[in-house]
Structure formats: structure tokens, C-alpha cells
Design a protein around this ligand. Structure first.
Ligand code: FES
Ligand code: FES
Length: 145
């Protein structure tokens, strides 16, 4: 089947064998947006987090057919020049270590900000996992948002 998706403000047409294909596969394998990562595949780690209509979703368990008519934003679309306040705070606090979890982490933080959270409250909305254990720096970065 052919589906039209709105990803990062652009309309993209994809052909999938099954509407139940995870949005993550479509983003990475069909649209080449590899900033969104695969971690656990079972909605636990958050590495695959994207925004759907402004709110964070685990794209590893989000049917692509459910994404039709919604606004999808990936890390590539969060800003064109790292100017999103969360990206700026991440840079200022040198948050990433290996970086694998960080795009999902940033999207979760951006989603919490969209929901009106600020400062320390942001972390209450973010339950993504970081194997490198950058939580202290994440907390410091969020404290300034
Ligand atoms: S890969 Fe989706 S939550 Fe871990
Ligand atoms: S920075 Fe390495 S997993 Fe989070």
C-alpha cells in the first residue's frame, strides 16, 4: 500500500507491505532519516522517540498507518541548525557520551516542553534510558529550560 506522511514539514509518499510496519522502519529504511535509533524494539528504551503532533511517541511500536494525517517530527526536523533550546542546552552541558540514546532523549525533552513543562519538571516526563548514564548532565541541561 502507498501512504503519504508528513515528516519534518514535508509530504513524503512511501510504499509499505503492511500498514502495521513500525514507523521507525519507515523513517530509517524508506526515508533515510537515520537519526532516530533502534534500541530495544519494545517501547522501553526511548531511543526511537519522535514527535507525533508535538507529543513524544516510541516509533518502534507505532504503526505507520496511524501516522497518516499526523505531523511527524524527527531529530532531523527539530531544528535546521541546532537552535532548539534543548539542543543548545545539550551542547552547553556537553550531555552526550556515545550519543546513541540522545536523539530520542532530545525528542522526549522537546515533547515535554511542548506539553508546557519547564526546568526540573521536564525530567518527570522523560523515562528514556541512557546506557552511558548521562542522567546528571541531562538533569543539568533540563534545569535551564
Ligand atoms: S527502540 Fe523503541 S523504545 Fe526502544
Ligand atoms: S549517551 Fe550513550 S547511551 Fe546515552
Amino acid at each position: 500500500m502507498t501512504l503519504t506522511l508528513n515528516v519534518n514539514g514535508k509530504s513524503s509518499t512511501v510504499t509499505v507491505s503492511d500498514g502495521g510496519m513500525p514507523l521507525l522502519w519507515v523513517l530509517r529504511d524508506l526515508l533515510g532519516l537515520t537519526g532516530t535509533k533502534y534500541g530495544c524494539g519494545i517501547e522501553v528504551c526511548g531511543a526511537c522517540t519522535v514527535l507525533v503532533d508535538g507529543q513524544p511517541e516510541r516509533s518502534c511500536d507505532f504503526d505507520v498507518s496511524s501516522a497518516v494525517g499526523r505531523k511527524i517530527v524527527t531529530i532531523e526536523g527539530l531544528s535546521t541548525n541546532r537552535s532548539h533550546p534543548a539542543q543548545q542546552a545539550w551542547i552547553a552541558n556537553q550531555v552526550p557520551q556515545c550519543g546513541y540514546c540522545q536523539s530520542g532523549m532530545l525528542m522526549a525533552v522537546a515533547g515535554a516542553m511542548n506539553a508546557g513543562q519547564h526546568g526540573a519538571n521536564i525530567m518527570g516526563e522523560v523515562n528514556n534510558l541512557c546506557v552511558c548514564g548521562t542522567y546528571g548532565r541531562i538533569k543539568s541541561a533540563c534545569a535551564k529550560l
